[in-house]
Ligand binder design. Structure first.
Ligand code: C2E
Ligand code: CA
Ligand code: CA
Length: 565
């Protein structure tokens, strides 16, 4: 690239654009003569055309030169409108007037400087204009780094900084932490397009801002459709949310009812980290995530207890590993392709025999440990136990029963995963066909590329992959042909839906099994509890069945009864 091209490419080398609002031809010509060498001049001869140009060109205009005597509206009224519109409110306005009294009013309306009439020397006018543009651009740079581009609210980082500042000035002032989310925002985006989604977020941001204007406080967009608000304590959140929703719905651009979900942690404990306070509000918001009737979740005693419980589990974790408090249960999977079901394999499921809390089910700790990464340790522990168990059964019963183990999404990011599994197999004299890997469907749809790659590596090493919880996430049936999987495990909710009153999903179930067959993927149904379900699934062509009908997950000693029958 030539140096000339380099300087031209920089924004600072471009001619700035000035909107000159002036009706008198002679004045237009004088200013053009002064400025045209350095600036690109747009001329608006009256208020109406000024507004029209402004709302189309606001992104390219650096400064407005405004004459107060216009043929249609008064210049001061025009100034007020410019400052009231979010598109133009940040643009610097220099007022040109012969009336020194108008200067004060212009200032209060947001003008930044004056040029008296008749005009002073060209270099004076030029210097004022140049300085104003520079100042305003410096301020914009600062504004952009602390603001979210889409909505103009603070970004997350600055929001937390300002929250801390607010606290330091108002230590004893009761304050609330609020999280706002748009329900099913991704479906809104899909249905009406990203442009509409963005517009909706912008409107919501404006409503939040108008609220803060009245009540005080600060707000940010923390990600996608999540907004955080830190504001003085109040108790009328129900009414507040109702008003907010009504105003969103009333907007002329609105294409359908928008549901806002809100989580509130009231009168925050200011000894906690700011971010932690918003974690609590988020926790509260999540409690109403799937509710059709409740839109506001409050952080309360029960949530605090749940938090403390989680903290205790994390605290007790290393002792649990050391003292082998985690135990592995096994649940059989039966092959139902022939008339009589035959034992085919088992799934290893972990439990925590906690010395004080008793038997803790995985539902209470797996999601928690998935968040903080401790799951890797649990999983590796379970894999090793399961492999040792296969060997033990082989030695004692002469049967090599394949066992499926659960592999978390987090495990898939471990670059040594294949080696770890390999070492466990080798230690127990097993092959990769003996340990099946269950990977939940959602792992395939989030960060899919990297994860699919990781799964392919395992599959190439000979492991068979079961896609767990199929139907719970967003993967489509058509993806099945391209994903690295060997077995499809239908989500427990599917069986529930297919056999509930009205059997609303039975056709879906049928279609899935048929399609899996077309892709030559064997199907496992889990959560099967009755003989009727077994019969129907068998007739639909389901290959394997796991569920309370055959057995709950049981300790290994109890599992051994299946070898003797
Ligand atoms: P999952 O992998 O989908 O496991 C199936 C769950 O359904 C098990 O719950 C099992 O006990 C339960 N289940 C099986 N048959 C029936 C039935 O007929 N009716 C009903 N109502 N439930 C049935 P569990 O053992 O509580 O495990 C819950 C989840 O915890 C598992 O879901 C899995 O996601 C996770 N998990 C369990 N063990 C491990 C592990 O070692 N590592 C990892 N990463 N996750 C695990
Ligand atoms: Ca599983
Ligand atoms: Ca499952």
């Amino acid at each position: 690239m030539t140096t000339e091209a380099q300087t031209l490419f920089r924004p600072s080398a471009e001619k700035r654009r000035i909107l000159l609002v002036e009706d008198e031809f002679i004045n237009q010509e004088i200013l053009k003569a002064y400025l045209e060498d350095r600036y690109d001049i747009l001329v608006a001869p009256d208020g109406a055309s000024a507004l029209e140009m402004l709302f189309v060109e606001y992104e390219t205009i650096s400064l407005i030169l405004l004459d107060l005597n216009l043929p249609d509206i008064h210049g001061l009224e025009l100034l007020r409108r410019i400052k009231a519109d979010s598109r133009s409110s940040q643009l610097p306005v220099i007022v040109m007037t012969a009336d020194s009294e108008a200067e004060v009013v212009s200032l209060t309306l947001g003008a930044i400087d004056f040029i008296p009439k008749p005009y002073p020397q060209p270099d004076v006018v030029l210097a004022r204009i140049q300085r104003t543009i520079e100042l305003s651009e410096d301020r914009d740079t600062l504004r952009l780094t602390e603001r979210d581009h889409l909505t103009g609210l603070y970004n997350r980082e600055f929001f937390f900084r300002y929250a801390i500042q607010l606290d330091s000035h108002h230590k004893d002032y009761p304050t609330d932490a609020i999280v706002l989310d748009v329900n099913h925002f991704h479906t809104i985006n899909e249905r009406y397009g990203k442009h509409y989604g963005d517009e909706l977020l912008r409107r919501l941001a404006l409503l939040i801002l108008s609220l803060l204007e009245r009540e005080g406080g600060i707000a940010c967009r923390s990600k996608a459709d999540t907004f955080l608000v830190y504001s003085p304590h109040r108790t009328d959140y129900e009414e507040l949310l109702e008003r907010l929703s009504a105003r969103l719905d009333a907007d002329e651009n609105n294409k359908g009812h928008v549901r806002i979900r809100m989580g509130v942690y009231t009168d925050v404990d200011k000894t906690l980290d700011v971010e932690r306070r918003f974690d609590r509000a988020k926790l509260a918001a999540d409690t109403v995530k799937d509710s059709a009737v409740k839109a506001i979740g409050l952080y309360d005693k029960s949530l605090q207890e749940a938090e403390l419980y989680s903290e205790q589990l994390i605290e007790d974790f290393s002792a649990a590993i050391r003292e082998e408090q985690f135990v592995v249960y096994y649940q059989p999977k039966f092959d139902v392709r022939a008339d009589k079901p035959v034992l085919h394999s088992a799934e290893a499921l972990v439990r925590w025999k906690h010395p004080e809390l008793g038997m803790v089910s995985p539902g209470a700790f797996i999601p928690l440990f998935e968040k903080n990464g401790l799951i890797q340790t649990v999983d590796q522990y379970v894999w090793a136990k399961a492999a040792a168990q296969i060997r033990d059964w082989r030695e004692r019963f002469g049967i090599t029963l394949p066992v499926s183990v659960n592999v978390s999404r987090v495990d898939l990011f471990d670059p040594l995963l294949k080696e770890r599994l390999g070492a466990i197999l080798e230690e127990n004299g097993l092959g990769s066909e003996d340990l099946l890997l269950e990977i939940t469907e959602s792992a395939y749809t989030e960060d899919s590329k990297q994860l699919i790659e990781a799964v392919s590596v395992l599959r190439a090493a000979g492991f068979r992959i079961e896609m767990d919880d199929f139907g719970s996430g967003y993967s489509s049936l058509s993806m099945l042909s391209t994903l690295p999987i060997d077995i499809l495990k239908l989500d427990i909710q599917f069986i529930r839906g297919a056999f509930c009153e009205g059997r609303k999903d039975i056709r879906l179930l049928e279609a899935m099994i048929r399609l899996a067959g077309a892709f030559k993927l064997p199907v496992v149904a889990e959560g099967v509890e009755t003989s009727e379900q077994v019969a129907v699934l068998g007739a639909l062509g389901c290959d394997f069945i796991q569920g309370y009908y055959f057995s709950r997950p049981v300790p290994p000693e109890e599992f051994e009864k299946f070898f003797c029958s």
